[in-house]
Write a protein that binds this ligand. Structure first.
Ligand code: ZN
Length: 272
């Protein structure tokens, strides 16, 4: 979320705190958006929470979060403009516009706020590195600077020269707890002890072929604005493709790709 907080402190107190160099945190949340109603988290949210927890390396209680939805809303008006969702730190509340309640990357963005217990900032280490491709990062999030400098002298390599992987979440293929939702994670890992720049082939003007995924239920391809994926030694970059199972019990046959280079074809048993 991208909301500013306010305090109930009087200006005199604020001035005093500023003088002694103290920082102060909001002790109350802003009011919830008009029309927001308390709701039960959707079946797939617990799985999405685990995914965000893993990329962040942070563990917190999913059940401690209160969920709100604004019925019929395409976005939520905030001081930062119209947003898909918002996080209220003091009460540990996530509010979503109804339009995005099944949009995994957007929901996980708000989850990452809740996991980090940060409402007003988007630490680039988490939103743009560790959980890039797992959570959305547009608008105010994208404007926060990535602290890791790009090593422009690092060698450019083809994706196939690195380790490409495809994983299914949940790995068991048992989808009854997530109401049929699953996540395909396509990833590229730099196993080297030095940084590399993964070269992506051009695909139209100013666009480059990035992560892709396909299975029996559908396929999608991500086009990136950057011609490289920059990886530090040992770093992994992943992209999450959210799908909902389209058939009866059986087998999921799937493959992913990075920059046009394919992962091995994977097969998982599926129990919807
Ligand atoms: Zn945010």
């Amino acid at each position: 979320m991208e909301r500013r907080t306010r305090t109930t402190a009087v200006p005199l107190l604020l001035a005093a705190l500023a003088l002694i160099g103290a920082s102060c945190h909001a002790i109350v949340d802003l009011p919830l958006p008009a029309g927001a109603v308390l709701t039960t988290p959707r079946a797939q949210y617990r799985m999405w929470w685990e995914l965000a927890s893993q990329c962040a390396g942070v563990s917190r209680s999913f059940d401690a979060v209160q969920w709100y939805v604004v019925p019929g809303a395409g976005s939520i008006p905030t001081s930062e403009g119209d947003l898909d969702g918002a996080y209220y730190r003091v009460e540990n509340r996530i509010v979503l516009a109804e339009r995005v309640i099944d949009t995994g990357r957007v929901v996980r963005h708000e989850m990452l706020h809740a996991l980090l217990r940060v409402a007003d900032a988007h630490p680039a280490t988490y939103f743009q590195r560790r959980c890039a491709g797992i959570v959305s990062c547009d608008g105010p999030c994208a404007r926060e600077t990535d602290p890791a400098p790009v090593d422009a002298a690092a060698p450019r390599v083809a994706p196939s020269a690195l380790s490409l992987n495809l994983a299914l979440v949940p790995a068991s293929g048992a989808l009854h707890e997530s109401n049929g939702w699953y996540v395909a994670l396509v990833s590229v890992t730099n196993p080297r002890a030095t940084a590399v720049r993964v070269a992506l082939p051009p695909k139209g003007v100013g666009q480059y072929l990035s992560f892709a995924y396909g299975d029996d239920c559908g396929s999608s391809t991500l086009l990136a604005a950057s011609e490289t994926i920059d990886l530090a030694p040992g770093e992994t970059r992943a992209h999450a493709f959210d799908h909902r199972w389209c058939g009866a019990a059986g087998e999921l046959v799937a493959s992913g790709a990075v920059g046009g280079d394919s992962t091995p074809v994977r097969r998982w048993p599926i129990q919807p």
